[in-house]
Design a protein around this ligand. Structure first.
Ligand SMILES: *[C@@H]1O[C@H](CO)[C@@H](O)[C@H](O)[C@H]1NC(C)=O
Ligand SMILES: *[C@@H]1O[C@H](CO)[C@@H](O)[C@H](O)[C@H]1NC(C)=O
Ligand SMILES: *[C@@H]1O[C@H](CO)[C@@H](O)[C@H](O)[C@H]1NC(C)=O
Ligand SMILES: *[C@@H]1O[C@H](CO)[C@@H](O)[C@H](O)[C@H]1NC(C)=O
Ligand SMILES: *[C@@H]1O[C@H](CO)[C@@H](O)[C@H](O)[C@H]1NC(C)=O
Ligand SMILES: *[C@@H]1O[C@H](CO)[C@@H](O)[C@H](O)[C@H]1NC(C)=O
Ligand SMILES: *[C@@H]1O[C@H](CO)[C@@H](O)[C@H](O)[C@H]1NC(C)=O
Ligand SMILES: *[C@@H]1O[C@H](CO)[C@@H](O)[C@H](O)[C@H]1NC(C)=O
Ligand SMILES: *[C@@H]1O[C@H](CO)[C@@H](O)[C@H](O)[C@H]1NC(C)=O
Ligand SMILES: *[C@@H]1O[C@H](CO)[C@@H](O)[C@H](O)[C@H]1NC(C)=O
Ligand SMILES: *[C@@H]1O[C@H](CO)[C@@H](O)[C@H](O)[C@H]1NC(C)=O
Length: 254
């Protein structure tokens, strides 16, 4: 149900845990929140830290397993140390944050904003705020007739490039679900970390078939119909080595 509350532009935050703590005289909340974001979009990772005075000298870092971006505040001005592409520091006084843009599925993970006071020494950890970023990608769904041979047809429902991996894909006929044990599934991982699922079904008559797909990136399940013409055009073509594979209803209107 995550998706019904988050469209492709907005992100939704869900506080899983929050702990009130007092560290070094500063009060702040720390914990892990979850943000669900569509592939290609941006997310803001809040540091949940409000500097106590303008003269404080700090470092602020955005980390996953590695440090992605690091800045230092000295004499009230921010100095860039190193930031990878697609990451921008937003030095708002009320709430510092990092904007991570152009998210890909392999950017899914826990991001930590770490604030450390450096002067006067010794350095002291002021705050560490974790955010779990779940990148989601919707499937591109197509339905096609693969081949006709001795009295039956093989039809294919294909969902490409979705993330995370959980996806439901079921054949329907005349409004009723087909027994899933008759479907042959092939599940592949793409180079970018997303998934593709092929579902083949052998049928004696390929009219009125449709494929039902549900995924966390979709606000509601989608249904793609097998165009009847695909079926008739392929009848009797059993000896052809290079069968036409037509992809119908390619879903791109996002
Ligand atoms: C992140 O914050 C900046 C500044 O407040 C804002 O302009 C931007 O739209 C925010 N981005 C997201 C994805 O919320
Ligand atoms: C911050 O660092 C600068 C030198 O980089 C120093 O002159 C200044 O006094 C420091 N501020 C505090 C509050 O320690
Ligand atoms: C980060 O570290 C965790 C645990 O050490 C590991 O499972 C994960 O694959 C690492 N992520 C990246 C992007 O290297
Ligand atoms: C920082 O400010 C203090 C006093 O405001 C000044 O003495 C010091 O030279 C400044 N340091 C730097 C690195 O600008
Ligand atoms: C920090 O570095 C990035 C590129 O790494 C640059 O685009 C940005 O303008 C720099 N910001 C400051 C405050 O120097
Ligand atoms: C595809 O494979 C992944 C990893 O092996 C698995 O976690 C996932 O449940 C599979 N998805 C489907 C729809 O079968
Ligand atoms: C689906 O097919 C399997 C094996 O062919 C069978 O055991 C099962 O009862 C069928 N389920 C339904 C709901 O028809
Ligand atoms: C469909 O029929 C072909 C040819 O007999 C067979 O190789 C394939 O395994 C069948 N597929 C399914 C999903 O039953
Ligand atoms: C993540 O995926 C992108 C393509 O979407 C690829 O360019 C990048 O190298 C991948 N990063 C890692 C750490 O696997
Ligand atoms: C396909 O659907 C139509 C209308 O629902 C129905 O009249 C027809 O009998 C169906 N064809 C098959 C082969 O089930
Ligand atoms: C579709 O999937 C979402 C979560 O991924 C689930 O919450 C929802 O109930 C599903 N819808 C249907 C009709 O199964």
């Amino acid at each position: 149900m995550i998706s019904s509350k988050c469209n492709s532009v907005t992100t939704c935050a869900l506080m899983l845990m929050s702990l009130f703590s007092v560290i070094g005289g500063h009060s702040e909340f720390s914990g892990t929140s979850v943000q669900t974001v569509h592939r290609g979009k941006s997310v803001n990772i809040s540091c949940k830290y409000k500097p106590s005075s303008d003269t404080e000298n700090l470092t602020v870092e955005l980390k996953t397993n590695n440090t992605l971006c690091s800045l230092m505040k000295s004499n009230s001005s921010w100095i860039n140390q190193s930031c990878i592409d697609h990451i921008r520091f937003i030095p708002k006084t009320e709430e510092m944050s990092f904007e991570v843009s152009k998210l890909q599925v392999n950017d899914t993970g826990t991001y930590k904003c770490v604030v450390t006071r450096i002067i006067p020494p010794p350095s002291e950890l002021l705050s560490e705020e974790g955010t779990f970023v779940q990148v989601i990608a919707h499937p591109k769904v197509s339905v096609s007739h693969v081949r006709a041979s001795d009295g039956f047809h093989t039809i294919l429902c294909l969902s490409e490039g979705f993330y995370p991996s959980a996806l439901e894909q079921v054949w329907m006929r005349n409004g009723g679900f087909q027994n899933v044990s008759l479907t042959y599934n092939i599940n592949k991982t793409n180079p970018d970390g997303s998934f593709t699922l092929h579902s083949y079904l052998n049928v004696s008559d390929c009219t009125n078939y449709s494929c039902w797909v549900n995924h966390s990136s979709l606000s509601q399940p989608m249904i793609r119909h097998l165009p009847p013409a695909d079926c008739y055009e392929n009848r009797g073509a059993r000896s052809s080595k290079h069968q036409r594979v037509s992809h119908a209803n390619i879903f791109t209107n996002y």
